[in-house]
Design a protein around this ligand. Structure first.
Ligand code: GUN
Length: 284
């Protein structure tokens, strides 16, 4: 039976450390602030934004919400980002995705000043991650790295399989594993023999958004299995990309959904906001 990697517990430890650092900054009269922008009323986005604001409050980071109506124009959103780019109380800018269809997401991402891009979505930050010289790591992959490290298993030389090639998770995830000297295979919807490839993995990261795609026969005995999926079933229950019940009988370590990657993603967002405030104030 696999050990369960408790993302809630690990994220609570990370948040305690951030809280102490935020408090030490306050002693120097420095406050860290995150602007959270949401456009429209996508219910999932609302849940995420509320969770991010709550986490800011827990660690003492100021959060400023900008909730804009669905019919906001691209120019209006660009104007807001511009104001936030030069607002001194804002260290991080997070524009919750997805945006309404009439707004070009890349144009918005490109408009955020890279040193406030706490999602690490801007091409400058993506490029920095590629060459291994970064200030911010993208939140979900950074959280996954912390979860893998919590097992005590070294990534060096391990066969790592990432399923999913999104800009938010799959691609940066692969790069972070490569930086730690993993041998990385990226799989996606057109991959041949997905089962065989998954079965070769010492470390398997699933980030596709297909409920229960990864079944026990696809997993190597003792593997570390990280489930980034967050899928809502017809009965309203949340489930990941991994068939947790059966895969946990084969894997060595596994993350649950919920309570695995999700809480870590938010902890990493707080860390990036703190990092931005420290860089601005030239604090190591
Ligand atoms: N939508 C889903 N995940 C994310 C994320 O990590 N950041 C932003 N800005 N939007 C998202």
């Amino acid at each position: 039976m696999a050990d369960i990697i408790d993302g809630k517990k690990i994220s609570a430890r990370v948040k305690e450390k951030i809280k102490a650092e935020v408090s030490a900054l306050k002693d120097k009269n420095i406050e860290a602030g995150l602007a959270v922008v949401i456009v429209g009323d996508n219910p999932a986005s609302r849940v995420y934004v509320n969770a991010k604001k709550k986490a800011c409050a827990e660690v003492g980071i100021n959060s400023y919400e900008y909730a804009l109506p669905e019919d906001t124009t691209q120019q209006e959103l660009l104007d807001l980002v511009n104001i936030l780019n030069s607002d001194d109380k804002v260290d991080g800018i997070l524009v919750q995705m997805p945006l309404p269809k009439h707004i070009n997401e890349n144009d918005i991402i490109n408009s955020i000043i890279p040193n406030k891009d706490v999602d690490a979505f801007h091409p400058v930050n993506v490029g920095k991650i590629m060459i291994g010289d970064y200030s911010f790591l993208p939140c979900t992959p950074a959280g996954v790295m912390e979860l893998i490290k919590s097992t005590g298993i070294s990534i060096k030389g391990k066969d790592c399989v990432v399923i999913g090639r999104s800009n938010i998770v799959g691609k940066p995830m692969s790069m972070l594993l490569l930086h730690e000297s993993g041998t990385v295979t990226i799989c996606h919807s057109k991959t041949k023999d997905l089962k065989e490839k998954c079965k070769s993995a010492d470390i398997l990261v699933a980030a596709v958004g297909v409920a229960n795609l990864i079944t026990a026969d696809m997993v190597k005995e003792g593997a570390v299995v990280i489930d980034v999926g967050m899928n809502r079933l017809a009965d309203g229950k949340l489930c990941g990309d991994v068939d947790f019940e059966n895969v946990s009988k084969v894997a060595g370590y596994i993350t649950p959904v919920p309570g695995g990657v999700g809480p870590m993603t938010i902890a990493m967002l707080l860390e990036n906001t703190l990092t931005s405030a420290k860089i601005k104030n030239i604090i190591k």
